[in-house]
Design a protein around this ligand. Structure first.
Ligand code: NOJ
Length: 744
């Protein structure tokens, strides 16, 4: 038999076998094994290799004109940044020309929406509304999957206590308990009714782990922390994501206590795949395997591949370390084939679960794409989410809401007519999307109709120092009954590789606020940004402040709903706002220290700064409503209980203001004495309560020993008997308190 004929017969046999195994009703694991048995070492390595597409880039590009050939030869398992059914179909067709016809997975950063852009994740976290957050991801998944995407690199579940870090925008803030709940909601939202449904995309919990603790808030920087801090603060949202069934995890760029995350066996094999029993696969971050060379952890890409595969990184995003070295490592006996097989199996399993072996083009339906990418219902959901994300930070003399009958309103500032800056960092530019974006100007016009007299002045640019527009802005303010100033950061000022050492309002924006305030006109300031900013003068002098973050496609409408009282703000900060950069990190769940200050003025050899109070400018959990809420005293049904019992803490909440409204009632505890010290407060519960004006309601929380667990010095997660405090309030600072005891 000629060599050619032999090769043809082998190929026929192989592909027939793949299809035979598909035809038979075998379990996914059996089907994975049948495919694996047919694969050469090079094809196995190919499955672990992920490339960026040539359309757009979310990292440093490596020039490589050869990707299509490599796909055809079965040397690529996944692509990222390929958007749209036409493009994904084109590459999937090439994958179908490969010997074993193993389909590609298309991954994409779908972080806060895909075509319909939602508020950035930190803003959504301010809603404390888990069903709404889940729904937001559901829509993102619906659009992305209709556009050929199988996999989102989200949610980012990194705890962040440092607003200088540009990626603070992508997470849920500083609290591990709230962060864990939101992580679960996001995973459920992305994965919907489960992989295999064509509107579900694989979630990817990232960046494993502790990326949010980059020293100095500088992106990609190292992380050094105690083991207990890791478990207590940084791992809970990851654990929650794994428990919610996240199909994949992404490791991170940083080192953790001297070991790069991509080569970190303790994180990936011992914790994630071991202790937590994670069955999905781990993708590296962009180039992070190769970057272990720069870290000084490995000599070259050969060692990088050895380190990463041994540590449990299954897929190599854009390093080419696996592609160029893994087969050699196996043939030279440095890596056992079983380790490669395990990684390949994890990836193939997801391809089966997605249904791609049955139909590699099932996400390539152009008609569905057209429909879902332009589904007006998605905009309505986005507007709801956006309203829920806006935080009312200040409202002296009830300046807000504004009357819709206000005669003349001056709308001033670089954000009033901004278009894409409403979207935020992780948003793609679609050819037809500018028309969809509702600017703040348009939103307010939509709300007030043609008769409203709106004056506009740009005032200043976001970043530069020109004051040329001040005069026009002051003139507009002087003619108006009320002034709305819209300030903030450009969309590229907070995000990946966007750390800032100075987180004040950029340019001359604060000067403009001062100039407008000097006109004596009632003034509302809106802050559009991706992170907590420092804006002390504004906070102390301007009567009304709305933190509007970056709210996405429907920003203008959502903002108008809030400004004019069609929506009463409910959001609460998911992160403490510092008074200055020098106070960072400032977070509510800190330890007491041996010398706690008695009050803000106490400087008697206590743990304090001599030049500023310890407290943040705005505390975690803070956010006002147009109405006001009064809290009664905490009633406990008993003051001590055993580990098999439950305690009920109740409080009467009254809507004492002039509007119907919703309050987020928060419950914190403090374990007074522990075998390791415990934070002064830890969030352990919250309820969103809607009350009509004048209405009162008793709000009850059930507390069990289960809620009092923590990681002790041996890293065992358990409760300890003793004295506790319970706090209930509308933010982490203004709370009522009571004492109880957990008996042995
Ligand atoms: C690098 C980022 O850290 C990660 O979050 C993202 O998913 C990848 N680039 C892919 O864009």
């Amino acid at each position: 038999m000629s060599v050619k004929l032999k090769a043809c017969l082998c190929l026929l046999l192989a592909t027939t076998q793949v299809f035979l195994c598909l035809a038979q009703k075998k379990s996914i694991d059996q089907r994975v094994d049948s495919v694996l048995r047919l694969m050469t070492l090079d094809e196995k390595v190919g499955q672990l290799n992920q490339y960026n597409g040539d359309f757009s880039s979310t990292g440093p590009i490596t020039k490589d004109g050869d990707k299509q050939r490599q796909i055809r030869q079965g040397q690529v398992g996944s692509m990222l940044n390929i958007m749209g059914t036409a493009h994904t179909r084109q590459l999937q067709e090439i994958a179908m020309e490969s010997r074993l016809k193993i389909p590609l997975i298309f991954g994409q950063d779908v972080i806060h929406g895909y075509k319909t852009i939602f508020p950035l994740p930190l803003a959504e976290a301010a809603s404390w509304d888990l069903p709404a957050i889940e729904k937001s991801e559901r829509i993102a998944a619906t659009e992305a999957s209709a556009s050929g995407i199988h996999w989102t690199f989200a949610p980012m579940v990194d705890i962040a206590r440092d607003p200088r870090w540009g990626r603070v925008m992508e997470g849920s803030g500083e609290d591990p308990w709230l962060g864990a709940l939101i992580a679960g909601a996001r995973v459920r939202g992305f994965q919907g009714k489960g992989l295999g449904n064509t509107d579900a995309v694989m979630a990817c919990a990232k960046h494993f782990a502790a990326y949010g603790a980059a020293i100095g808030g500088r992106d990609y920087n190292d992380v050094d922390m105690s083991e207990r801090q890791l478990w207590e603060t940084y791992l809970p949202p990851f654990k929650a994501a794994a428990e919610a069934g996240a199909a994949t995890f992404m490791n991170s760029f940083n080192t953790l206590n001297g070991i790069p995350a991509s080569g970190n066996k303790y994180l990936q094999r011992d914790i994630l795949k071991g202790k937590w029993g994670f069955k999905g696969f781990v993708v590296s971050d962009w180039g992070s395997i190769g970057e272990m060379i720069n870290h000084g952890y490995v000599k070259d890409n050969y060692e990088a591949a050895l380190s990463a595969i041994t540590a449990g990184s299954d897929m190599d995003m854009e390093s080419r370390s696996y592609k160029n070295n893994l087969a050699k490592l196996v043939t030279e006996g440095k890596v056992k084939i079983a380790i490669v097989d395990e990684a390949v199996k994890r990836i193939l399993k997801k391809k089966f679960e997605l249904g791609l072996f049955d139909d590699p083009f099932r996400f390539c339906n152009a008609e569905r794409e057209q429909r879902e990418m332009n589904n007006p219902a998605h905009l309505l959901v986005a507007r709801e989410m956006a309203k829920k994300s806006i935080v009312l930070l200040k409202n002296d003399k009830q300046l807000l809401p504004l009357s819709k009958q206000t005669k003349t309103i001056a709308l001033i500032g670089p954000f009033i007519k901004a278009v894409r800056d409403n979207l935020g960092f992780w948003s793609y530019d679609w050819p037809d999307d500018t028309a969809m974006i509702v600017t703040q100007w348009q939103g307010i016009k939509n709300k007030l109709g043609a008769d409203a007299k709106l004056l506009y002045a740009h005032g200043c640019n976001i970043k530069d120092t020109s004051r040329a527009g001040f005069v026009e802005a002051i003139e507009a303010a002087l003619q108006a009954e009320v002034v709305i100033l819209s300030m903030g950061e450009a969309r590229d000022m907070t995000g990946e590789a966007k750390s800032r050492s100075n987180i004040h309002l950029p340019g001359v924006q604060e000067e403009l606020i001062k100039a407008i305030q000097a006109t004596g006109k009632p003034l509302v300031v809106m802050l559009n940004t991706g992170r907590p900013l420092v804006f002390n003068w504004t906070a102390d002098n301007v009567p009304a402040i709305l933190y509007t973050w970056w709210l996405g496609t429907t920003a203008g409408d959502a903002i108008a709903d809030v400004l004019f009282g069609d929506y009463n703000p409910t959001a609460k900060l998911p992160i403490s706002f510092p008074r200055t950069e020098g106070q960072i990190p400032v977070y509510y769940n800190h330890y007491n220290t041996g010398r706690p200050a008695k009050n803000e003025n106490d400087l008697n050899y206590v743990s304090a700064y001599i030049d500023l109070p310890n407290s943040p400018k705005f505390p975690f959990g803070f956010g006002l409503s147009y109405t006001s809420f009064q809290y009664g005293e905490i009633q406990l049904n008993k003051t001590s209980f055993t580990p098999t019992e439950k305690l009920t803490a109740s409080i009467v909440l009254t809507n004492s203001g002039n509007f119907d409204g919703e309050e987020t009632v928060q419950l914190y505890i403090r374990d007074m004495v522990g075998s390791v010290v415990r934070p002064v407060k830890e969030l352990k519960g919250f309820q969103k309560v809607f009350l009509k004006k004048g209405e009162s309601k008793t709000i009850s929380f059930s507390i069990s020993a289960h809620d009092l667990r923590f990681y002790n010095n041996a890293l065992q997660y358990n409760f300890e008997a003793g004295d506790f405090k319970v706090f209930i309030g509308g933010n982490s600072r203004d709370v009522k308190q009571a004492n109880f005891q957990l008996k042995k």
